[in-house]
Structures are given as structure tokens and as C-alpha cells.
Ligand binder design. Sequence first.
Ligand SMILES: [Ca+2]
Ligand SMILES: [Ca+2]
Length: 250
Amino acid sequence: MASQSRIIVAAAALLAACSGSGQAQAGGAARQMALYRPSNSTFYVQGSDGKPATEIPFGTAGDVPLWADFDGSGKREPALFRKGQWLISTHADGKADVTFAFGGAAGEIPLAADIDGDGKADLVLFRAGEWLVRGTRNPALTQIFRFGTGGDVPMLADMNGDGKVDLVLFRAGQWLVDTQRSGKPDLTFAFGGVAGERALATDWDGAGRVAPVLFRDGTWLASSKRDGKVSAQASFGTKDDVPLAAWFPK
Ligand SMILES: [Ca+2]
Ligand SMILES: [Ca+2]
């Protein structure tokens, strides 16, 4: 398929630039998985060192967790979206040292990824097919993209490996990717579709190729070839956890 040949041309730049895709952490090729547990408002970060997951208590009931490189340091940090307030813990210590106000309407879904390409995650709100972007290059300007509809699960990741973050939707087992930000999917594939699963797009193998991943009650399933088949899996977390990123360098 033509789409697969494009996938292979993965730029290493996206590792640093694309916080929506499971970017590399600075300073080494450590495996990492991250999730959020709403029941105790805690981030859990699992490394490859055999130690128990790092726990970062941060948030309160109703917060939406985010995991992105907001300050361009090359490392992701935990953040929360709370009714239009963005609370960022730059030092990953559970203290919100940077805050923004953006959004707050009912039903919107917050996302964070570097849309404008300056290395810092931008604030994004998905409102039933509208993507509102408050970029770090020009925070005074809100960019708007249209792609998808209410009920879609939105994601931001560089699916075609050209170094630019793409708009991604998960819709009942179908993945729709708009790499041109044109409002139309130009890359589609099927993976998943089981009730209760959560979808994320992440740089699973650390090679800069973003894989679709499904999280089912603590089991992570990746489909590196995007052929609908599970190519790798891992266990981390449990039911009701929110998967944030997985990175498994070879
Ligand atoms: Ca940015
Ligand atoms: Ca792209």
C-alpha cells in the first residue's frame, strides 16, 4: 500500500517535536510507559530499569491528564486540564508551576502537541470536529482546523513521518488521519473496535514510526504495520487508567 511506504520515511525530528506521539526522552534510550489513574489522581511512569513505576500525585477528580513537552526541554511533563485551566507541572513534581486559560466549554477534549513546530507543545481543544489551536509561537492567535465529528476520539501524532503533527481520529475501530490539515482523511486503517478500549498513537518502537495502540484494561496492543494485527503488546496499569504514552526502543 502506498500509505505504508510513506510510513517508513520517519524523521527523527518528530521524536523531539511531536509530543502527541510518544516522543523520546532526552538523555537515553530508556523504555517508558505513562498513564494516569483517575481514581487517585496520580500519574504513573514506568521505565525499563526494573524499578516500580514513578508516581506523581497531581490533580483532582474530573481533571483530564496530559503528557507533553510544554517547555521544549525534550522531556514530557504531566499536565491537567480543568474546566478551561491548563495546569502544567514542569518539574514533574505534582506542583502546577505554569498555568494557562484556554477553553472551558462543555464537551471539549484537550490535547497537547507541537502543531506550530517550535518544539513546545501547543494547547488544542477538540470540539465535535473543530480543533482549536493555541500555538506557542503566537498565543494570541487561535488556529482552527475542521476534521471529524462529535463522538470521535481525537489524537495528534505524526502518522506519515514527515515531521509534522497530523490530526488523527479513532472512530469505532477505524483510524482516520488528516496529514494535510485539510479536513479530509488521506490515510486510513482499521485496528480495534472493542467497547471500552482506549486508543492512542505513539512512537512504540522508538524508531520514529508512530503506531496505533489500544489500551484494554491494562493491556497495551500495538499494530506497527497498521494492518489490523497486533505486532507487540505490554502490560501496565489496570481498568479505568488513562494511557498517555508508550515508547519501546529496541
Ligand atoms: Ca509549539
Ligand atoms: Ca505528518
